[in-house]
Write a protein that binds this ligand. Sequence first.
Ligand SMILES: Nc1ncnc2c1ncn2[C@@H]1O[C@H](COP(=O)(O)OP(=O)(O)OP(=O)(O)O)[C@@H](O)[C@H]1O
Length: 764
Amino acid sequence: MAKKGKTSTAARKQLRQKEDAYIKELETKIEEFDPKISRGEHFKDLPLSHQTLKGLRDSAFIKMTEIQKMSIPVSLKGNDVLAAAKTGSGKTLAFLIPVIEKLYRERWTEFDGLGALIISPTRELAMQTYEVLTKIGRYSSFSAGLVIGGKDVKFELDRISKINILVGTPGRILQHMDQAVGLNTSNLQVLVLDEADRCLDMGFKKTLDAIVMNLPPVRQTLLFSATQSQSLADLARLSLTDYKSVGTAEVKDDSNSAATPDTLQQSYISVELPDKLDILFSFIKTHLKSKMIVFLSSSKQVHFVYETFRKLQPGISLMHLHGRQKQTARTETLDKFSRAQHTCLFATDVVARGIDFPAVDWVVQADCPENVDTYIHRVGRSARYGKQGKSLVMLTPQEEEGFLKRLKQRHIEPNKLTIKQSRKKSIKPQLQSLLFQDPELKYLGQKAFISYVRSIFIQKDKEVFKFEELPTEEYANSLGLPGAPKIKMKGMKSVERAKELKNTSRQLLSLSKANDDGEIVDRSKEVRTKHDKMFNRKNQTVLSEHYLNITKAQADEDEEDGFMTMKRQDHEIKEEDLPQLIAPTSKRALRKATSKKASLAGKGNPSKLVFDEEGHAHPIYELEGEEDFHKKGDAVDQKNAFLLKETETMTSVDVEDKKLAKVKRQEKKRKRLEAMRREAEAEMDHDSSDDKEGGYQVTIGTGNLSDDMDSDDDEDRHPGKRRRFPESTEESEERRAGSGKFVEIEQPETLEDLESLTSRLIQS
Ligand SMILES: Nc1ncnc2c1ncn2[C@@H]1O[C@H](COP(=O)(O)OP(=O)(O)OP(=O)(O)O)[C@@H](O)[C@H]1O
């Protein structure tokens, strides 16, 4: 054994010497390497270690892409690099190979701590990069780790001190820097920012600056992206002064070529906002043999479109992915979508950048992207690594001119597709029916509406996004909502609000004209659509189910129609065509229909009766004969005695009522706070890379349930504050019977407010 040990020590020493010589040789080769002379096309033509070459070969990476050819030699020489190349052109390997090689040449071991840090703007991209790293680095001896939000921090904490290459999202990396005693960054050799312009933009500014402050100033920094929008000041923040630019001219605004892949067929259609979902649904139904991603502007939009389209069954599997989902669900969807052949994924921009889904046929941008960079990244999910792909962007007439101009500045000129109005199919009646039946869906629809309107409001490019021209009412109807929910944006002029209030108070003169929301409506001019009638109708459940069946049957018939050759289907149903209402078949509906409330509702105003000893019914207040009355004593005394008795009874009943009302109020409030707490938790879980939130007023509790429960009503503690809460079931029932609009209550501050509130209360 001893002899064996001695031999192996000697052998190890020999091996180390051999490796030292090999590394020295590599370093010389790198120094002498001149890409202009070399003209090598393959990875094996580069001065790379044999284990990296083996890892590449095993993963079928043999020939280099342009960006790899241009940037790897420069990065191998230890330069800082600012690199840009079109989407799907192989940037991931372009930065991973130099990172692995650098640590190998430095003879990095687990005892040296963190050697390289790779920052990705989204969890999905970080996971993907980590996967590629473990594939090509499988023959290397150092360790790699992934730290992303939504995972168990403690689990990561235990291992982080031994990690040599760390891949992660900015927030979680900083969290580890703050918490982990084991995370030693003092030796860091390389910092990589993937999707650099996104990492450097305002959303990540603070986090990134804090991370960089923890890193040694002497290091190599590599920045990679498909778009380059950051300023020199941003680069200075990263102490990137003497850097080499690779491929950046190609993707810049003033370049002569488009920043999108040549193999991508790009198109657009002009579509009125209220028709968008119709067009989208028709598009999906006519592309059932495709794999497509549909980008929408917010997670609420994604949620709503996914849930409603799922019920309408277009004939293709549907998936959804956004930053508000739990990480496990996100990962699962990512995996499923990657493996699927024909499917449709509704997503936010959380997957717009960097994600390498195989074989995506179509990228549909149902909502106009915030800028051309986002457009480039979104369409880049298709036509990757030289493959063919198609994209379609839907532009409203308000966005069309402005956005096409922006695209043209970057040499992107998508072809215009036209869809004949007569060939468009409407899903509006189906959506209305669905929302009418399901309060949850209606709530989702309201949230989707609000988030869309808000997303337009907060857009910077006012030449493209024209908030004032939004057809809000028609858009709300197109989502199946009975009316546009009210929204208050931060920054909306208080003057406008004051004007609104003033007008309201003047109009209050005609109290009878105010609707449930306190809005003045001239009913003589009001057009009552079938939809309105349905929402006001009794026995809604029976009717809407029937209505849904009719419209769904139509949808099924249409299934085989071609998108461009579709015949217009008239979904209008004449009032007389509606069926006689029949007894409900389900137990729940039957119970509802035969309930005391329902039966009383059909009988007009009830009158209370009392029964005498013989069992005869009498009205509660029966006029007695004058003679009988006078027999009982003086009229005034009788009146006083009666009033006293009634007052006593009312006082005692009042006390009971108040007690009951208090209990009910507290219960209602507890439910409301719970719902808010759940929503707040979901917000916290929401990845910072997801849709940009902002400009929105939300008031939630103190954060402490018992504190919040102390008073009976929020208004007691926060006079004048706006309340907007998810509704309780009770409330939504009430709304279902009424106009169905989003309910907002404000504490009156002025006399006019009080008048407005009074009118609403009287009306309801
Ligand atoms: N040299 C290569 N040989 C074969 N396939 C490659 C090579 N380099 C990259 N690929 C493949 O090309 C696809 C795109 O690569 P990658 O994801 O790195 O592109 P990207 O430039 O980072 O795109 P994006 O800008 O969208 O992030 C991947 O599927 C990857 O496996």
